[in-house]
Design a binder for this molecule. Structure first.
Ligand code: NAG
Length: 366
């Protein structure tokens, strides 16, 4: 079993002292019918989770109330002791030790941290930050999702301007789908548990960067403002926007539902692609005859077989610092020779647009 949910690397500290006081009491009092269980092998929870009764854990409670939740997997979530009805609950508001930078927050909760944690966990809820952008057919009402975006807060999706403004005679920007993982099922289930149904939220309006030039993908960035709030859940979490710090370099993570190098078809399952970051000078040479690549871009890919191909438009490129994912790029354009050595794809450098984003985030919420 590689995919432990939340808890299975927990047996690091088993001493009583390592369990917070509030949990200690609960451990003793929580036996059913007044039966007190011996305090045997109490399990502690991983970072960012807390041992709580299932009923006090909104995320898991919702998930488990869902008929599709797999009860036989519940034991894997247990903390305290087996049968206690306690789970390692993703902690939404985290107090940082005062000597560390404060954890970035969005809408009163941490951003950039999946609710499902676990070493090596890659399944449903591992990258809950991505939204799909829906276009509705004016002819038959069909909705297609050719682009992705990222959840910046509970009313705003960040995407590429070429996605937000895309239109044809028959398809118009219409809605955003939140909480998707596997495309062709109503309720998505991983090996451990199932998510909630996706949320489809109509678009209120779009804020496109005034410098956007669709011929050369300049300032290819836009905010999609939703007509109502999305609900955070185990498959819907906000991403953090980066600070002005220099890029870590190395690799970044692209998340979406596009085609990867060497694949012939789009994937139904959310794709997570680890891509090498490429210096923009190098990248600029590749595209300079057609499209100027500047430091307002980030380039990634460009190794044989390692690239995003079609279908990732607007998808977020992430950098992980500690436990936290920051969005450093928005998928903008690439070559039709994607996946060829020396031909990277080009992203909007989000860091260059942070001020624009904050200035244009709508402040009116209801
Ligand atoms: C968010 O949750 C509230 C309360 O459960 C519900 O009424 C609302 O429809 C949900 N929103 C979406 C977009 O699903």
């Amino acid at each position: 079993m590689l995919y432990y949910l939340l808890v299975l690397h927990v047996l690091v500290h088993t001493s009583l002292a390592s369990i917070p006081e509030e949990n200690e009491k609960a451990l003793w009092d929580s036996g059913q019918n007044g039966v007190k269980y011996p305090y045997k092998s109490p399990l502690t929870c991983p970072q960012h989770t807390r041992c709580l009764p299932i009923s006090s854990c909104p995320f898991l409670n919702e998930v488990l109330n869902n008929e599709c939740a797999r009860s036989e997997r519940l034991a894997n979530l247990a903390c305290g002791y087996q049968g206690s009805g306690y789970v390692c609950c993703p902690q939404m508001v985290q107090q940082s030790p005062s000597n560390q930078a404060p954890t970035p927050m969005v809408d009163g909760q941490e951003c950039g941290i999946p609710a499902v944690l676990g070493r090596g966990y890659k399944s449903i809820g591992a990258y809950p930050f991505v939204a799909r952008i829906g276009f509705k057919s004016t002819e038959n009402g069909d909705i297609k999702y050719p682009c992705s975006g990222s959840i910046i807060n509970n009313r705003v999706i960040l995407t590429a301007a070429h996605c937000a403004l895309a239109k044809s005679n028959t398809y118009k920007l219409y809605s955003v789908r939140i909480g998707e993982w596997l495309l062709n099922s109503d309720i998505d289930c991983g090996p451990e548990f199932c998510g909630l149904p996706t949320q489809d939220i109509p678009v209120s309006h779009v804020i496109v960067h005034p410098g956007f030039n669709e011929q050369i993908y300049k300032d290819d960035i836009a905010l999609i403002v939703l007509s109502s709030k999305l609900n955070y859940s185990v498959t819907a979490q906000p991403l953090c926007l980066p600070e002005k710090w220099p890029m870590l370099g190395g690799t970044a993570v692209l998340v979406g539902w596009g085609k990867k190098a060497g694949e012939n078809e789009m994937s139904n399952l959310q794709q997570v692609v680890h891509l090498p970051l490429v210096n923009y000078d190098t990248c600029s040479e590749v595209y300079s005859s057609v499209i100027p690549v500047t430091d307002s871009n980030i380039c990634a890919g460009g190794e044989e077989g390692k690239d995003a191909c079609s279908g990732f438009g607007g998808a977020p490129l992430l950098e992980q610092r500690g436990d936290i994912f920051y969005q450093i790029g928005i998928m903008s354009f690439g070559s039709d020779k994607c996946g060829m050595a020396g031909v990277p794809s080009v992203y909007v450098n989000v860091r260059k647009y942070i001020e624009w984003i904050y200035k244009n985030l709508p402040t009116l919420y209801n």
